[in-house]
Design a protein around this ligand. Sequence first.
Ligand code: BGP
Length: 469
Amino acid sequence: MTIKNMKKLPEDFLWGASTSAYQVEGANLTHGKGPSVQDIKKVPEGTSELDVCSDFYNRYKEDIALMAEMGFKTFRFSVAWSRVIPEGAGKVNQEGIDFYSNVIDECLKHNIEPLVTMFHFDLPAALEKKGGWSRRESVDEFVEFARVLYENYGDRVKYWLTINEQNMLTLVGDVIGTGSTEGVANKYKKLYQDNHHMLLAQAKAMKLCHEMLPNAKIGPAPNISLVYPASCKPEDMLAAQNFNAIRNWLYLDMAVFGRYNNLVWAYLEERDALPDIEPGDMDIMKAAKPDFIGFNYYNTATVEWADDEGEVKLGDQQSGAKEPGVYQSFANPNLLRTEFGWEIDPMGFRATMREMYSRYHLPMIVTENGLGAYDKLTEDGKIHDDYRIEYLRKHIEQIKLAVSEGVEMMGYCPWSAIDLVSTHEGVVKRYGFIYVNRDEFDLKDLARYRKDSFYWYKKVIETNGEDLS
Ligand code: BGP
């Protein structure tokens, strides 16, 4: 549809950007923090350990001041569960509680609304050693963690996100270091049992939030990519529906409607992998209601029909996968790619927003979107990231079009506020508006520099998205 009368974004649109604890903070085993699964994993060859990252733990004041200079209305960050409760359950680490309390106060001092992700890929290692999300107890452990957060920060935090990219934890956990399925007899059974526990934990945490903090708002934060069929062949359409259900709708159908997606149910039945559901579980899922949907969008996916032959292939969050008899990835010839091979699809962003809104009719906030690139610091201290500006501009244009079509958008938080460590591609894959002066293994001085995109985004925020030039 051609839109000639563009609507303005809401006055209270939440402009900001995102980070996650294990990728930005550093101080990963100090100040009372227990290890998380990220700290005990073997980092991919050629990439940095997570002990320093961007040193946000020590420099959060300087970093939040820079965010304020850009005009941020919100800052999305995550709490490291094992910083707050080192063993995942039991004793609370007061120093960890104080750290996030200070981060929240610093945001509020600058009129920045904290948007807090409760769990972003960093399950406490102590819980993982006991069996992680495979144990039924994990549900209550998460709810207890949520209670600690609500008790300590609920007076100041209005917006909460439950679990970052639960769909990626389930689909590509091996790649992002959140758990291995090596040696597991039926990996589908394990993964979707873990998934059931996470869904239940999320539902209970949302319910508890509404009980303890009646003015707060809470929602999930999956990674949603609309899936296209590779052609107009009917079998490609079926493959696209399969992957849409497995990758996207399972998670939102459950969070919003409290029911299992029927295609995913059939897929699990075929694999003898239906989760064990206890009496009452589905009532809990149904009773819990998110106030909004947070979602991460990087690009769309395209798939074609896959016959029953061949092996299952795993990609990363945004690329290449195959499941015989279900779908297989197809390189979309209409799209450009980033230096790291991820497709770029701003129009697909609009298609994704439209589809999500027509399915769930809830306000939405973009909790990640962005371009990973090899940025260069020039001798005079500049970073000319016009490619990033171009990427973000095209995506914001699509938000404005979607809003003009009646989609309710609350805000936009690209990935990432500041350079940090990628999930599996190291420090060199940079996303931030703020450059951090370090290399993969040479920490240099960790000084902060404003990229060209920093000044551009400041102007975008100042004009509430009217001036994207
Ligand atoms: C999302 C994660 C983030 C982040 C981002 C970019 O899947 O929620 O933690 O890192 O993707 O991915 P990558 O770091 O692999 O480039």
